[in-house]
Design a protein around this ligand. Structure first.
Ligand code: BGC
Length: 257
């Protein structure tokens, strides 16, 4: 089965047609900038452009960087607040003219890593964290996802953790790898105290340079490994969600088509 996977991020919107059985892209991915302000209609327009540029007709899976329940976007920490309460399933269904499924971006990335990447065969408590514009989380036990965990927003020193330790925070405050890794280590210690995972998979754009920071995460008991699908996990997980009746957004919205 083939599906178009679209990954909506704070800076870019990426898409590729995916073979859901293998997790492989059918053609090279495309990326467009996230429009600013990142309002629903502007983003739906980019989603439409990407669908058209692949001449796509078939299921479309779309990730969103916020809580998604039953196709409705409930939070939008790094996108426009106008997203709160939007029926994204219906909006994107109309924009693409195809059946769509919408889910949280980190949940999508986590499912892809558990199926094709660093989490294959892991039955214990696994926490996938994505470091990008924000910090996304996906929690698994015995391979089953608890959707919409928002562990990027735990408070550290009175501040939202992602404001201190996301990749964006590294760039914004011009932090060295060492300094930023120290913040990530402190963040992981908090998370470990709450969840005691066996394995932590670290992903997001910054996982491409894992050798610069993962070896510096020394304060954690859990095994820490970089994501294997790197920044493509969101696209793969989005496409996979279309094939499952039990998608991470629970009952799910199918949108139009
Ligand atoms: C959002 C999460 C999202 C993460 C990564 C956070 O700000 O609240 O839902 O998974 O950013 O995009």
């Amino acid at each position: 089965m083939h599906a178009l996977g679209i990954d909506i991020g704070g800076s870019g919107i990426k898409a590729a047609p995916v073979d859901v059985a293998t997790g492989k892209f059918l053609t090279e991915r495309q990326k467009l900038a996230t429009p600013r302000p990142a309002r629903p209609d502007a983003i739906a327009d980019v989603v439409k452009q990407l669908t058209t540029s692949f001449s796509w007709s078939g299921p479309v899976g779309i990730t969103f960087p916020g809580v998604v329940t039953d196709g409705v976007t409930r939070t939008a920490a790094n996108l426009d607040r106008a997203w709160i309460g939007v029926d994204a399933g219906a909006l994107f269904g109309k924009a693409t003219g195809n059946p769509v499924r919408v889910l949280n971006d980190a949940d999508a990335a986590g499912v892809a890593e558990m199926t094709f990447g660093a989490g294959v065969g892991e039955r214990g408590t696994v926490l996938m964290l994505t470091f990008g514009t924000g910090i996304g989380s996906a929690l698994f036990t015995a391979g089953t996802l608890v959707p919409n965990t928002e562990f990027g927003h735990i408070e550290i020193h009175g501040e939202d953790a992602e404001k201190r330790a996301s990749e964006h925070a590294k760039e914004l405050h011009d932090l060295s790898w060492g300094k930023w890794a120290g913040r990530v280590d402190e963040y992981l210690q908090h998370v470990e105290a709450l969840l005691s995972p066996h394995l932590i998979i670290v992903g997001g754009g910054v996982s491409k340079q894992a050798d610069k920071w993962v070896p510096r995460l020394t304060g954690i008991r859990a095994r820490i490994v970089p994501a294997m699908l790197l920044n493509d996990a969101g696209i793969v997980g989005a496409a996979m969600a279309t094939a499952s009746t039990a998608a991470p957004d629970s009952s799910g919205s199918t949108g139009a088509g």
